[in-house]
Design a protein around this ligand. Structure first.
Ligand code: AMP
Length: 405
């Protein structure tokens, strides 16, 4: 038995789960929010002598280093960990591994530097993640650290799907290609769906729909990602909470002129932060607010909802075409897992493919087959668990480097 920590750092947050492995039992999980702002919030759910307890505190935390320091202090105070040597491995979620990291990797100083240098592919994520990794390495210098990249699962995309139709030399010289994201989640739910279907993943064609505030779809053929909706950055593909998804790039200079913008970055910020459900509805980036407003007759909220559903349907249809078939459609993440109504809207519009939702089975937030027995393509709801997937990657790489029990 060993303790393995999964870490998911955002620009102002640090999410973690501590597992007892190999049984995959969660012994502590929590979130530090508002790092770098006033009144940061720390919340930890943990097991103490077999009893579930919760710790909550509000205090100023200036940066991620302080957050890591505080986390370990709390681990000791709450007796979640008595000595840091009990933690045999730490897995870090990293947004982009570019083409450098087609698989998870044991972290060395060079790797930290490379993660930082890939910041141009994920500017909001890679640089703070590199900093957090450094802080953990300072805290646990002798502990195995593994980086798990959101892009790695998509390293199997064939070149016809990862290349854009622009001069080839831009790929060769500047690495301009589709990288995709959310790979840890797509990989987890595809494997779990195969288990639930009790069929080898090698025999299955699966379309995985990660529909959260950020949203992407992947075509998973025989367990390998062959296409995905996000691109060079996480801005491409579906309509998201605040991101536009796919747009005609000619809109950019046209709008820049109309809006009197001189910096292209300001235009990209509009596409990243003011578009999607928020931009369309004018109400909120949160699907719950959009659904409520649509139900009470707000026309733009209804339109935002319809456009969201339409883009998901388009990608599912095109991925079924690309794989020349599909055995399963899987829904996951905040909207995918929790909004039966939206799953119903999406699948109802794809009935020609032979999928039918079972309205009773679909009324769930839990893992379930939600299509009827005679549905040609099985539709499933599979809550994602990126944290456990990260801990498994630490175990896998640890087995190679022989982490001790
Ligand atoms: P995530 O990024 O995976 O945390 O997902 C966040 C998104 O899930 C937000 O748009 C939420 O509004 C949405 N969401 C969470 N619960 C529900 C729900 N019950 N119905 C509709 N959307 C939900």
């Amino acid at each position: 038995m060993k303790k393995i920590l999964s870490v998911n750092a955002g620009s102002s947050s640090l999410k973690f789960q501590l597992f007892l492995m190999p049984e995959e039992k969660v012994i502590a999980k929590g979130l530090i929010e508002r790092i770098g702002l006033s009144e940061s919030i720390i919340s930890i759910d943990y097991l103490s002598d077999g009893e579930e307890k919760t710790f909550k505190q509000t205090k100023d935390i200036a940066n991620h280093e302080e957050a890591v320091d505080l986390l370990f202090k709390l681990f000791y105070i709450l007796s979640v960990v008595k000595d840091s040597s009990e933690i045999k491995g730490v897995g870090h979620r990293v947004a982009s591994g570019g083409e450098l990291f087609p698989d998870s990797v044991v972290i060395t100083d060079d790797v930290v530097h490379q993660i930082d240098s890939l910041g141009y592919l994920a500017p909001l994520h890679n640089p703070p993640q590199a900093k957090v990794i450094k802080s953990f390495k300072d805290m646990l210098p002798d502990t195995l650290m593994v980086a798990v990249f959101d892009t790695s699962f998509h390293a199997t995309l064939p070149s016809e799907n990862y290349l854009y139709s622009i001069p080839y030399e831009y790929y060769e010289k500047y690495g301009v290609r589709k990288y995709g994201f959310h790979g840890t989640s797509h990989s987890f739910v595809a494997k779990r769906a195969a288990e639930l279907l009790d069929r080898p993943i090698e025999d299955l064609k699966i379309v995985t729909c990660h529909l959260g505030n950020g949203a992407s779809i992947a075509a998973v053929d025989g367990g390998r990602s062959v296409d995905t909706s996000m691109g060079f950055t996480p801005l491409a593909g579906l309509t998201m909470g605040t991101r536009s998804g796919d747009v005609d790039p000619s809109i950019l200079p046209y709008l820049m002129e109309k809006l009197d913008l001189t910096e292209v970055d300001d235009m990209i910020k509009i596409l990243n932060n003011k578009s999607g459900l928020l931009g369309l509805s004018g109400i909120s980036s949160d699907m719950r607010d959009v659904e409520t407003a649509a139900a009470s007759g707000n026309v733009r909220a209804k339109l935002a909802l319809e456009i969201f559903v339409n883009r998901v349907q388009k990608y599912i249809g095109s991925y079924i075409a690309e794989m020349n078939g599909a055995d399963a459609i899987v829904f996951t993440a905040g909207i995918g897992e929790n909004a039966p109504n939206i799953r119903d809207m999406i699948i109802s519009g794809l009935s020609w493919f032979g999928m039918t939702i079972d309205t009773v089975q679909n009324d769930t937030r839990k893992e379930a087959v939600i299509s009827t027995e005679d549905s040609r393509i099985t539709v499933l709801n599979v809550p994602t668990n990126e944290e456990i997937e990260i801990a498994r990657q630490v175990e896998r790489l640890g087995a190679r480097t022989k982490i001790s029990n």
